[in-house]
Design a binder for this molecule. Structure first.
Ligand code: AMP
Length: 284
């Protein structure tokens, strides 16, 4: 496994990789969710590139950039075990040199949910992902359903800008109690960790109501909010029942629906989602 920090060197080594090349962009502090993407890439491509880059431009002024968890040694050991060929871990100055002044912005699908809660977030995401695609030039890039809106935004960028690669979205990996794995879960103290499972319980409730025939988006939203608000440490930021592709909020559910939510548990902001499905069991 080669570890590369410079763009030039990444480009040089890219030519030595067997085609097709699978790519997994991450911000590090890897967990089983990230590793499932690496395995997915490994299954479909003879070469796998993983990037580790805590992208400053996708963090707002009040976000957790400075304290975002990092453990490069551990990340590299995990990636080595997964037979990663190349790890690209540039510095912020390598990606954003002085006078950097070009941005990639997707409208529409970025305007709600995470986009509304975190102004500028997706502009940072699409810019860095476009840059990474240009540097790594993957055949396929792998993203998690955990960040459903991000997946939709990246698909839209790739389609609108005719980028020549395939986007693959893989399922959310969860802890045994249902909490979606996230690098941010490490911020939770034991009491908050117990409370955090309420995101999954709210999504399970939505699926249950849907399976019982409920098709009114507002009824599902309200029931989820009441469940979350019973938890003293939990504060709902948004609960959404939206069209799975456009993310437009649904009154009546008659297309595939994405139920998503952002909840603050103490000071930690967590997100999760679930695609409602007629035949799905209430618990995944
Ligand atoms: P991050 O390091 O948080 O930027 O995440 C890097 C990639 O891993 C993104 O495509 C995420 O959607 C994906 N990811 C994060 N958590 C999970 C999870 N629990 N299950 C599956 N994919 C995940």
């Amino acid at each position: 496994m080669r570890v590369v920090e410079k763009i030039d060197e990444m480009r040089r080594l890219r030519h030595t990789l067997s085609e097709p090349v699978g790519f997994v962009p991450t911000m590090g502090y890897l967990h089983e969710g990230h590793l499932s993407l690496v395995r997915g890439a490994r299954d479909e491509n003879p070469s796998v590139v993983v990037s580790i880059f805590v992208n400053p431009t996708q963090f707002g002024p009040h976000d957790d950039l400075a304290k975002y968890p990092r453990d490069i040694e551990r990340d590299l050991a995990l990636l080595q075990k997964e037979k990663t060929d190349l790890v690209f871990m540039p510095s912020a100055a390598e990606i954003y040199p002085p006078h950097f002044d070009s941005w990639v912005e997707v409208n529409g699908v970025t305007e709600r949910l995470e986009g509304a809660s975190r102004p500028g977030h997706f502009k940072g995401v699409t810019t860095v992902v476009a840059k990474l695609f240009n540097i790594v030039r993957p055949t396929r890039a792998y993203f998690g359903q955990k960040d459903a809106q991000q997946a939709a935004v990246i698909r839209k960028m790739v389609s609108d800008l005719n980028m020549d690669l395939k986007i693959v979205i893989l399922p959310t990996v969860r802890e045994p109690d249902g909490l979606a794995m996230s690098s941010r879960n490490t911020y939770l103290n034991p009491e908050e960790r117990r409370t955090a499972v309420v995101l999954h319980r709210a999504l399970t409730l939505a699926q249950q109501l849907f399976s019982q025939g409920e098709r009114d988006g507002e009824v599902i939203r309200q029931q989820m909010i009441s469940l979350i608000e019973k938890e003293p440490l939990a504060n709902t930021e948004y609960v959404s029942v939206a069209d799975a592709e456009t993310l437009a909020e649904l009154g009546r559910i008659n297309s595939p629906a994405l139920v998503s939510l952002a909840v603050k548990i103490g000071k930690t902001r967590l997100i999760d989602n679930y695609v409602l499905c007629k035949d799905k069991k209430p618990t995944p």
